[in-house]
Design a protein around this ligand. Sequence first.
Ligand code: MG
Length: 188
Amino acid sequence: MMGSGRGGSRRRRDPPNGSPAPESPGRSAPSTLAGIGYDSHRLGEDRKLILGGVEIPHERGLEGHSDADVLTHAVIDALLGAAGLGDIGEHFPDSDERYRDADSLELLGSVLRTVSAAGLRIVNVDCTVVMERPKLGPHRQAIRARLAQALGLEVARVNVKATTGEGIGFVGRGEGVAALAIASLEER
Ligand code: MG
């Protein structure tokens, strides 16, 4: 949806005395905004394992009100965080039947429209999936491409990393999957 062109004016200012340029009261104008996101979901039977919109073949999947795409949920929270717009639970409450089995990429699309309406665009997204099994390596590029497409970004601006729980904690015991994300936004 959003173009990847890098045109437009930069808002960098270098006042001669080195002090910040005056802005409207109470509102600073940073050139970039960073946000973090974290999510975890329980692994269970008879569920699909969907990460970044990609279905990963596995005997178990993630449980949740929506499609439980833990990675996309972390990305959504990173974007909302960078934009100062709260969190995923505020925007898509799990008490709302509209979001039962929701496609998380559709929720992401809604968030992108909100972020865009706030006058912001995404610079890059980086994320990490913490999962014991299956190994994410063979699926990493597909997830990266799918997320980049959904975010309207070049693949180079979206990074997907994977690590395991080293056999410890809820991830290591195979009880669940966690994901972390960071997003950087800039004013359009
Ligand atoms: Mg979630």
